[in-house]
Design a binder for this molecule. Structure first.
Ligand SMILES: O=C(NCCCc1ccccc1)N[C@H]1CC[C@H](OCc2c(F)cccc2F)CC1
Length: 336
């Protein structure tokens, strides 16, 4: 199997462009096969991640004859990180994906669009706002969730009513505590390590979905088995390209529920569905996005293929070869 990308890997190019007045940096990987390029794939990462989060998938997709474009999403890494939460709505991020993609496929072309985590939520909405751009769409971990038809409820109200308990950590992430208490390279590195499942000598953890970050445990944690020291250092370096509070912009993805709800009403009224071919790969041990959350997706995605991996939330790295195999099989069927 191909070796995953290393930080600053010479097999790909590191470029940037201006979108909506913001700098978007991205990885560009070209096909490594002699055959004609099969098309362009755009990959969208989640939280707390980077374009580097797709390091297992990028060489694989290049070897299958695709050009791969992988942005650092707004707020991350080498891209700009505006402070205002309004800049991070699904509708605006969808427009950014459209603009980035069209730089490579032109006004009439199409892409295959893939997402993980928050990137998965973004790709489902991009497929609804820009269906003409999308040849096919896939998401790892994050199921499609329909635009709410009813009235708006805050996450606090929903959780107090006993629903979405697996999203309880988001109540902490919406607030100021995490960005205030995790500033500076060492604390940011400890935060990233905790989110990747690092644990302490008494098996202490630094993050639980029912609770959020357990700050007193962060200094005790050993490095997560999912990341090499070099990889964790790269993440910390990239997050520290932005001034403190380094996590403010990434956490803005948790602060857009109301504006996203307002934008979603237009989609709900139009009865927009995911009509193009779609692949959803669930991670069987993702404590934030358990498999049960994808029940009923077929009614919104008539051309849905389902897959699963025996992984935690970090399925892209933990079961990279299995994820690649399932994406590869699905792509082969698309190209028939
Ligand atoms: O918070 C996220 N990632 C950080 C935590 C990663 C982690 C998990 C478990 C262990 C260690 C680390 N991801 C978000 C991504 C968007 C999701 O919201 C979309 C959505 C809805 F709003 C409603 C219904 C379904 C649906 F998918 C909510 C989780």
């Amino acid at each position: 199997m191909m070796e995953r990308l290393a930080p600053n890997d010479p097999r790909v190019q590191y470029e940037s462009t201006s979108i909506r007045g913001y700098k978007y940096a991205y990885i560009r990987g070209e096909p490594t096969t002699d055959a004609a390029p099969k098309g362009t794939i755009v990959l969208v990462h989640g939280f707390p991640d980077l374009s580097f989060g797709w390091r297992h998938q990028i060489p694989f997709l290049m070897s299958r004859g695709y050009r791969v474009i992988v942005p650092d999403m707004l707020g991350y890494g080498r891209s700009d990180a505006p402070a205002a939460l309004e800049e991070y709505t699904f509708k605006k991020l969808s427009g950014d994906i459209n603009e980035l993609a069209r730089k490579f496929v032109g006004p009439e072309g199409q892409i295959i669009l893939g997402g993980h985590d928050w990137g998965g939520a973004v790709v489902w909405r991009t497929a609804m706002w820009y269906p003409e751009l999308i040849k096919a769409v896939f998401s790892v971990c994050t199921p499609y969730h329909a635009p709410t038809q009813g009235e708006y409820h805050s996450l606090q109200t929903i959780i107090d009513a006993g629903h979405l308990r697996n999203f309880a950590y988001q109540l902490q992430f919406e607030g100021p505590e995490v960005e205030t208490r995790c500033q500076g390279r060492e604390k940011v590195k400890q935060f990233l390590n905790s989110m990747h499942g690092g644990f302490g000598p008494q098996r202490e953890v630094g993050f639980r979905t029912e609770q959020g970050i357990i700050f007193e445990n962060l200094p005790k944690l050993n490095r997560s088995a999912l990341l090499s020291e070099e990889e964790l250092d790269h993440y910390a370096d990239q997050y520290c390209l932005h001034p403190a509070p380094e996590l403010h912009a990434p956490l803005n993805y948790y602060r857009t529920r109301k504006p996203n709800y307002d934008d979603d009403r237009v989609l709900a009224e139009k009865g927009v569905k995911i009509d193009m071919p779609a692949l959803f790969i669930t991670a069987l041990r993702d404590s934030a996005l358990p498999p049960r959350m994808s029940e009923g997706m077929e009614q919104y995605c008539p051309q849905l293929t389902r897959g699963e991996v025996d992984a935690s939330h970090w399925a892209l790295t933990q079961t990279g070869d299995d994820v690649n195999r399932q994406i590869g099989d699905w792509l082969n069927k698309l190209e028939l």
